[in-house]
Design a protein around this ligand. Structure first.
Ligand code: FES
Length: 572
């Protein structure tokens, strides 16, 4: 099949004379024969493999299967690495580097002789970083996720990534579990290649990739070690070559309809609050107007159908065997735009039309949902003028409307220093408030919003109290946790002005977050407020100087939008 427009790779490989020689000859040092430079589509395989990102540790294997597919379809695959972000290792938080990795992806694609790109994504931030970077270039793009790990098992019970850690660490702090038992659980939780196998951020974002139409159907749930994950990789390699021939660029897939479908699907899977920030940022890159309110408007009334941890019982492996994301999307198809185009050239409605549901305990039917009204709720008020989010399905129903006395932690260090103090003046009616953990404050907006509870409350059997911060929360966590308060404390948001003993009202049904302090008193506190010291050099400085607030997706202001695929100057 002839391509619809001339291949950009031919601006390198198709040239004569010295320049053509330079572009071809050095690549040929890897053993490629002459005919691979004859005008066939060159497919970049954007790989986030790293041993420091264990969730993506199998990506070189996946890349080999993508290459098979590319060769089969008549393309020329060239794999390239980009910055990889390991959620459990990177300090101070992987999110600080999402935008940096996206710059790496964007410039690597644009600056090289690539006609189409395959994005290999897995651990939490690698998915949004790659989609953001690719969106700013806008060539034919297809994603493949690395797939979730096999289910964790410990002492006869399933053990979910992250979620099990939060539960067990509280048990250790409450004296219900020994340190030896806790250590033994480490090897039982993560026992295969792949990303977290709860419906945490990685599984959520893999689902978003599929719901957006950027990956082939079935992408989200196939376990990382299942042969079908590798078959999917091979089919992905075949398909990207066709996409180049069809000139099916990313902006034809990432439309407003695609984002709306993804937001609705996020509600139906009980997805992570992190998806809010990432989808806002991706939309900003591709030029689709998307607002924080869209999450509430489009998704908050929808039910959660998927009974997966952290809100439920099962894990991603069970989800795959039950039918995975296509089964969920079929269940809510009446609210989706079924005409949205996907990377396989079909409409999303066609992809999900016959999707079977093999286990209605794992994927519940619409008329008997796992949880009612499960999407993200957006709160506003004098404590969060630009918004804050809460995932009601992960919260305690009795706390969704609550007024309590604030117990304030000025920073994460302050929290760590005080939380185990038996003299901390706190009871279960209080509201924990954490400052300094937003995009600028941490910096990077850490996943610390699900603050640990004081041991004296845990011993009383209290498992949840209201917590409010400008932080994010791991997708594997749960609780009545108000997150992403915007503007953040470090940017001078009202959160910075909260003091111990103030009263705070949280009203999720009324979408309100109110600090019960007079305007006059707040003005007095504001006059006395001092901005924290800013970083003085390097990426930290660039980030803090330019990062936008959470309600805008926490992208750098200078990265919003795209620059297309053209580079006017030759390489010299
Ligand atoms: Fe990588 Fe959870 S730590 S997906």
């Amino acid at each position: 099949m002839k391509t619809k427009r001339s291949l950009r790779s031919q601006q390198w490989f198709g040239r004569e004379g010295k320049d053509g020689f330079l572009h071809r000859s050095w690549i040929k040092n890897q053993g490629y024969p002459d005919d691979l430079f004859d005008g066939r589509p060159v497919i970049g395989i954007c790989n986030t493999w790293s041993e420091l990102t264990p969730c993506n540790g199998h990506f070189r294997e996946i890349a080999e299967f993508v290459k098979r597919g590319v060769y089969e379809a008549g393309g020329f695959p060239l794999e390239f690495p980009v910055m990889s972000l390991g959620e459990t290792q990177l300090r101070p938080t992987a999110m600080l580097f999402r935008n940096l990795a996206s710059m790496d992806v964007e410039e690597s694609i644009r600056g090289n002789p690539i006609d189409g790109v395959v994005l290999l994504m897995g651990c939490d931030k690698t998915t949004p970083a790659l989609l953001m970077g690719a969106a700013s270039v806008d060539i034919p793009t297809i994603g493949i996720s690395g797939g979730p790990m096999l289910s964790g098992h410990y002492r006869g019970k399933q053990l979910g990534s992250g979620t099990g850690v939060w539960q067990m660490s509280e048990d250790v702090r409450a004296g219900k579990m020994s340190q030896e038992e806790f250590t033994a659980a480490e090897s039982c939780m993560h026992r295969s290649k792949g990303h977290c196998m709860t419906m945490g951020t990685a599984s959520t974002m893999a689902s978003m990739v599929e719901a957006l139409g950027v990956a082939l159907p079935g992408n989200a749930a196939i376990p990382a070690v299942d042969a079908r994950r590798y078959r999917q990789a091979q089919l992905t390699g075949r398909r990207i070559v066709e996409m180049v021939q069809e000139d099916l660029v990313l902006s034809k897939i990432l439309t407003r309809s695609a984002f709306e479908n993804a937001i609705k699907t996020n509600a139906a899977i009980g997805g992570s609050t992190n998806a809010v920030i990432h989808l806002l940022a991706i939309a900003g890159r591709i030029g689709v107007p998307l607002k924080l309110e869209d999450w509430d408007k489009l998704g908050s009334e929808l039910p959660c159908l998927v009974n997966l941890q952290p809100s439920g019982k099962f894990l991603m492996e069970d989800f795959y065997y039950a039918g995975g994301l296509p089964a969920v999307m079929r269940e809510i198809q009446h609210v989706l735009d079924r005409d949205a185009l996907t990377v396989n050239g079909k409409k999303i409605g066609e992809n999900i039309a016959d999707a079977p549901n093999w286990n209605r305990e794992v994927i519940k039917p619409l008329d008997d949902p796992f949880k009612d009204r499960a999407g993200i709720a957006v709160l506003r008020g004098n404590l969060a003028p630009d918004g804050a989010v809460i995932k009601p399905s992960a919260a305690s129903p009795q706390l969704l409307k609550h007024r309590g006395r604030a117990v304030v932690f000025e920073s994460i260090e302050d929290l760590h220093a005080k939380i185990d103090d038996e003299n901390l003046d706190i009871d279960e009616t209080c509201v924990m408030v954490l400052k300094g953990c937003g995009p600028k404050g941490y910096p990077g907006m850490a996943e610390v919003g699900n603050m640990p509870l004081p041991p004296k409350l845990l011993r009383k059997g209290i498992t949840d109290i209201v917590r409010i911060s400008d932080a994010r929360m791991s997708g594997t966590a749960y609780g009545t946790v108000v997150l992403h308060v915007s503007p953040e404390a470090a940017a001078g948001g009202p959160l910075a002005l909260v003091q111990n003993g103030d009263f705070i009202e949280v009203d999720v049904p009324g979408r309100r977050l109110h600090l019960d302090v007079s305007d006059a008193e707040l003005a007095k506190r504001r006059a006395a407020w001092k901005a924290p010291d800013a970083p003085r050099r390097g990426w930290y400085k660039l980030y803090v100087d330019h990062v936008q607030q959470a309600h805008l997706g926490a992208d750098l202001d200078l990265l919003v939008g795209g620059s297309g695929a053209e580079v006017k100057r030759d390489s010299h």
